[in-house]
Design a protein around this ligand. Structure first.
Ligand SMILES: Nc1nc2c(ncn2[C@@H]2O[C@H](COP(=O)(O)OP(=O)(O)OP(=O)(O)O)[C@@H](O)[C@H]2O)c(=O)[nH]1
Ligand SMILES: [Mg+2]
Length: 235
């Protein structure tokens, strides 16, 4: 089974190299990494390109623009399928998603017990470390809102640490995803739910990023409240 780990990056020069080596250190069979970088000004793409010359399991998709977490995710999914992935992992490049938990997230897919696995901060055994209390509250409201409006029975619908089986990812038609920004995570999960895919949650401990800066602003978050409704009525 070929695993492709897709990591969207923008200015993760201080984080990406250690993440890549920790992922390869897991020793997973037939595992490749695809970093999808949007010409990060801090040289993240160059770091990955350099590492990739020494390791054929590492790939860089350098997007010319326009930049966006959503566009990067869409293009990364398409490329991972073209690479022949049987199993596609999506995770952040800032160290928030613990690579050591990946085998636990892959397990239900490998055993054909689920089509999609969500690494979840809000199920028994999951949690968040190092986050300011106000971000926790905002994030809690956002999760409840998304769950209720979209009817997605998942404790952590905004988690960006996920695994998809190949057929599941094809079924949600990644080439037609429209979100430019991190809203793609909600768009993808809603499609999985509407398509009737089997979604399983596995607990993760999320660590707030230590290096680099956040790309999420509060105005963007406020706009999400409306976009959830748009998603519900446009599919
Ligand atoms: N290719 C690409 N990746 C992006 C872009 N924006 C964010 N990312 C990456 O997407 C992942 C999640 O973004 P983060 O900035 O960590 O968002 P967050 O986790 O909600 O917020 P913080 O961790 O608090 O900064 C990280 O790996 C980012 O580098 C973008 O425009 N293009
Ligand atoms: Mg982050």
């Amino acid at each position: 089974m070929k695993i492709v780990i897709m990591i969207p990056t923008y200015d993760e020069a201080g984080n990406i190299e250690s993440l890549i080596s920790r992922l390869f250190a897991l020793g997973l069979d037939s595992c490749e990494i695809l970093v999808v970088d949007d010409k990060s000004p801090d040289g993240t793409g160059e770091i990955v390109a350099d590492l990739a010359t020494r390791d054929p399991r590492l790939h860089l998709l350098s997007r010319p623009g326009p930049r966006g977490r959503g566009y990067a995710g869409r293009d990364g999914f398409i490329r991972a399928l073209e690479m022949g992935a049987d199993c596609i992992v999506e995770m952040d490049g800032d160290g928030s998603h613990d690579p050591d938990l990946l085998p636990l997230l892959l397990d239900p897919i490998i055993r054909s017990q689920a089509d999609v696995v969500v690494g979840s901060r809000y199920v028994a055994g999951g949690g968040v470390e190092g986050r300011e209390w106000f971000r926790d509250i905002i994030s809690g409201w956002a999760r409840g809102y998304i769950r209720i409006i979209l009817g997605i029975p998942v404790g952590d619908p905004t988690s960006g640490y996920r695994v998809f089986g190949r057929e599941a990812l094809r079924e949600i038609k990644p080439e037609t995803l429209s979100a430019r920004d991190p809203f793609i995570v909600t768009e993808v999960l809603y499609r999985c739910h509407r398509t009737g895919l089997r979604i399983r949650e596995v607990p993760i401990i999320f660590r707030q990023r230590e290096k680099g800066v956040s790309k999420l602003s509060s105005t963007v978050l406020a706009a999400y409240l409306f976009r959830v409704w748009k998603l519900k009525f446009s599919g």
